[in-house]
Design a protein around this ligand. Structure first.
Ligand SMILES: [Zn+2]
Ligand SMILES: [Zn+2]
Length: 167
């Protein structure tokens, strides 16, 4: 006999934007430059196509181990999160045309131009970035920018509430 179980309302269930931004925040934990921790998730039809964080090129050492590589007051060692997400998609042959980019930080000018050129149509972010040229390029390309509140930084994973998971 099929019996329905008691409905337990899961509080703080994130909506889609919050969910993918939280994934971008999680990706940013893998960043290797202490000056900036960024994460990016490319999403199409509510599916993750690719993720990225700012990190060194393959084979290079990490800023956090050997220090940053500063040019004009910017660390240039890492590939930015958005660029890494784009090149990972390219590497595996996943089309990003029409995708939404969820990013922890407002993209810099170069990343903005790359996202636009790759066909990204919407950018969701919770923070500001001083580089206003990115905003200008997004406006020209008619890319929708949505700034939403930073999602809850805690990941609520209440394993104990599921009987099948109890030891
Ligand atoms: Zn660095
Ligand atoms: Zn960038």
């Amino acid at each position: 006999m099929v019996k329905s179980t008691k409905i337990v309302k899961v509080s703080q269930r994130p909506d889609w934007d919050q969910y993918f931004l939280k994934l971008a925040m999680l990706a940013s934990e893998r960043a290797t430059c202490p000056r900036m921790h960024c994460g990016c998730v490319l999403v199409k039809n509510k599916n993750v196509i690719s993720t990225g964080y700012n990190g060194s090129i393959p084979g290079d050492e990490h800023c956090e181990d050997i220090g940053c590589l500063i040019v004009d007051n910017h660390c240039v060692r890492t590939v930015h999160a958005e660029m890494n997400a784009l090149v990972q998609a390219a590497k595996r042959g996943h089309a990003v045309d029409g995708a939404t980019a969820y990013v922890t930080n407002m993209p810099c000018t170069t990343c903005a131009k790359s996202l636009i050129t790759a066909g990204v149509v919407r950018v969701v972010v919770f923070s500001d970035y001083h580089d206003t040229l990115a905003t200008q390029f997004f406006a020209v390309a008619k890319v929708q920018i949505d700034k939403i509140e930073m999602p809850n930084v805690q990941i609520n994973y209440n394993l104990g509430s599921y009987s099948s998971a109890r030891k």
